[in-house]
Ligand binder design. Structure first.
Ligand SMILES: Cc1cc2nc3c(=O)[nH]c(=O)nc-3n(C[C@H](O)[C@H](O)[C@H](O)COP(=O)(O)OP(=O)(O)OC[C@H]3O[C@@H](n4cnc5c(N)ncnc54)[C@H](O)[C@@H]3O)c2cc1C
Length: 450
């Protein structure tokens, strides 16, 4: 392809969906990935993706061999493993664990069928620039060893956590300084169990500083006797490696005794609100490269797919109007950040709240039901969890003795509402971004629950 309209770097779930949408809308679309074609989709992941994302995007549900297990509920355990919260009928969580390789291969096939050109074994090194405008990329063809420059009207960085283009841009609109506290380091194993699962459709989530400092552990079913189990901890020194925490967890959790390891690997995922701007001049970011991940559970497959659909439409419009500057691409920000992005941002507050609660308080909160399944669902929707006066009084009674915990809950609910409001007022042009960012940073600063 001589001069594509759009070059997309990375054929993960976000890149493939963006490529498909761009191609469907008639753009000359080039999708590049450093992996060989048959490895596209392979990814260290918890493999869970909810149905709601497919409903929101119109992407076909996973089928047949793409599905490892149907998921319809979660048990959330506090540190002492007692009084777990049984979450059922949670539309935002129910879905599937998928076979990542087969699912990823399908998304790639759909992009190619829509007309995108895919080139595997391509290592993208850096953006090509004229001033602040990204005009293409430089890459190395890993098969031939050739170094090549390719020009395009728009470049999309969909290279995942590596964010290979974003990290090389020096522009006030583009954030690169992501705090260690906002990155989850994970280790997960695919395990064969000795006994079949009693509830093969229920995911298990484990909270507490002992199991996973400022993070969580999970066991997601992948079949009657197979699970995806792992630990994610947020960065920062002195918290040990996720693998060492996982080894300890495996030694203490009876379901995992005597299991056979099919695969074990580490990975990283951002758990912050999305980038303040998802675009610059001639460039847009999608998926993990845009920090489009749910900050409480690290789920990013759906968040990136939702963004890819919007981005394809925005790129098409910007090219048609011959304005691929940040201004021309801005409606990607307004469409994503004031809708799904708003939810992710308010969940960052909830993540900060969870991380501040001591194991002892967490056990107490679960025992006295200070936080209920409905609150968790409302929080995940990004609604905040508004406690009615009667409800508050009931909880105050139940929480007598740990009033500080209720105060934290109440404060978090208020800040989540504020964050929602800020995102619903996302500026409609780049010149107002600074004052908007200040509002958001003030909310984040107040979200200190220690
Ligand atoms: C342990 C773990 C558990 C997780 N569990 C879940 C879960 O259960 N559910 C969920 O929804 N999300 C989960 N996530 C997050 C989810 O995996 C990511 O959010 C999602 O895969 C991001 O998709 P992406 O397309 O942005 O990036 P990726 O899937 O990482 O794709 C990026 C692509 O870019 C390519 N690339 C990178 N650098 C270059 C380069 N220089 N040149 C060319 N190509 C390049 C890579 O080869 C890759 O194919 C988890 C993450 C981790 C680490």
């Amino acid at each position: 392809m001589k001069r594509p309209d759009v070059v997309i770097v990375g054929a993960g779930s976000a890149g493939c969906v963006t490529a498909r949408r761009c191609a469907e809308l008639g753009l000359k679309t080039l999708l590049l990935d450093r992996k060989p074609k048959e490895e596209i989709g392979q990814k260290v992941c918890g493999d869970e993706v909810s149905k709601a994302h497919f409903e929101a995007t119109g992407i076909d549900y996973p089928e047949d061999k793409e599905i490892s297990s149907v998921i319809s509920g979660a048990d959330v355990y506090p540190p002492n493993m007692k009084n777990e919260l049984k979450v059922r009928d949670w539309a935002d969580f129910d879905g599937w664990t998928v076979n990542r390789l087969i699912f990823g291969q399908r998304l790639l096939r759909e992009a190619i069928s829509a007309g995108a050109t895919f080139m595997p074994n391509i290592h993208v090194g850096s953006p090509m620039m004229i001033g602040d405008q990204v005009t293409g990329v430089q890459y190395k063809d890993l098969s031939s060893g050739d170094s090549v420059i390719i020009k395009s009207k728009v470049v999309v960085d969909a290279s995942g956590f590596a964010a290979v283009i974003r990290n090389k841009l020096d522009n006030a609109l583009v954030e690169n300084d992501i705090s260690k506290e906002d990155i989850a380091l994970c280790y997960r194993e695919i395990l064969t169990l000795k006994m079949p699962l009693a509830e093969p459709e229920v995911a298990r989530v484990f909270l507490g500083g002992e199991i996973a400092p400022k993070g969580y552990g999970w066991i997601f079913p992948k079949g009657a006797k197979v699970v995806n189990a792992g630990i994610g901890i947020t960065g920062g020194d002195g918290r040990g490696s996720p693998k060492s925490h996982f080894v300890k967890f495996k030694e203490t959790y009876p379901l995992l005794f005597g299991t056979k390891v099919i695969d074990g690997k580490g990975g990283a995922v951002p758990v912050r609100r999305p980038l303040k701007s998802l675009v610059g001049d001639g460039i847009a970011f999608v998926g993990d490269a845009a920090l489009q991940v749910n900050p409480i559970h690290g789920g990013g497959i759906g968040a990136g797919m939702r963004a890819g659909i919007i981005l394809g439409e925005v790129v098409r419009g910007a090219i048609a109007r011959r304005d691929v500057s940040a201004n021309g691409l801005w409606s990607y920000n307004t469409r994503y950040l004031s809708s799904f992005g708003q939810r992710l941002a308010s969940l960052e507050i909830f993540r900060r709240l969870l991380q501040s609660v001591s194991d002892e308080d967490m056990d107490f909160g679960f025992e006295r039901k200070l936080l209920e399944a409905e609150d968790l669902m409302a929080a995940n929707r990004g609604d905040g969890f508004s406690l009615s006066i009667v409800d508050k009084l009931k909880r105050v009674k139940r929480g007598a003795g740990r009033i500080s915990l209720l105060i934290k809950l109440q404060k978090a609910a208020g800040l989540m509402k504020k964050m929602n409001k800020a995102y619903s007022n996302y500026p409609n042009s780049p010149d107002k971004l600074d004052s908007w960012e200040k509002t958001v940073l003030d909310i984040i600063e107040s979200a200190n629950f220690e």
